[in-house]
Design a protein around this ligand. Structure first.
Ligand SMILES: [Zn+2]
Length: 149
């Protein structure tokens, strides 16, 4: 053991957007599933145009192609392909724009660092560029080990 535990090689450069740019994560947005449902309802009623919901940031679209995790959820907009899940982690000593996570191993490695990291999982349609926050969670250091202070 002991190989690569300190600072794993993270292959992708930082992304060019911040978590607050992700739809569904705006200020005061508590329940993003509810937000997602209401956006889709508005879209179906014709109150929101397709280009307003299919506006994945170019970096997000690229991440979806390069490191998106396949899901079994059909895109709610084009209904042609399944959305993929893209995970970003934000926290101390990570780029301001977050780090795109490509594997569970990487996530585990970051979780072992000290400090609090938030993980944002975004669903993105690689076909029509629909995107929405799917979930967020906190990664806390010292799971199984008491954080030294
Ligand atoms: Zn789509």
């Amino acid at each position: 053991m002991g190989s690569g535990a300190a600072d794993p090689a993270l292959p992708l450069p930082p992304v060019g957007f911040r978590p607050d740019a992700v739809r569904g994560s705006g200020p005061g947005q508590i329940d993003y599933r509810l937000a997602r449902r209401s956006i889709l309802a508005e879209y179906r009623k014709g109150r929101i145009a397709r280009h307003e919901v299919c506006d994945a940031h170019p970096e997000l679209a690229r991440a979806a192609r390069e490191c998106g995790e396949p899901s079994s959820l059909t895109c709610p907009i084009c209904e042609e392909v399944n959305v993929v899940l893209v995970s970003y982690v934000f926290g101390p000593r990570l780029p301001a724009f977050g780090r795109c996570i490509t594997s569970k191993k990487e996530l585990t490695a970051i979780a072992k660092r000290s400090g609090e990291f938030s993980c944002y999982v975004v669903e993105v349609c690689p076909s029509c560029s629909w995107n929405h926050l799917a979930r967020t969670f906190l990664l806390s250091a010292g799971r199984g080990r008491v954080a030294a202070r």
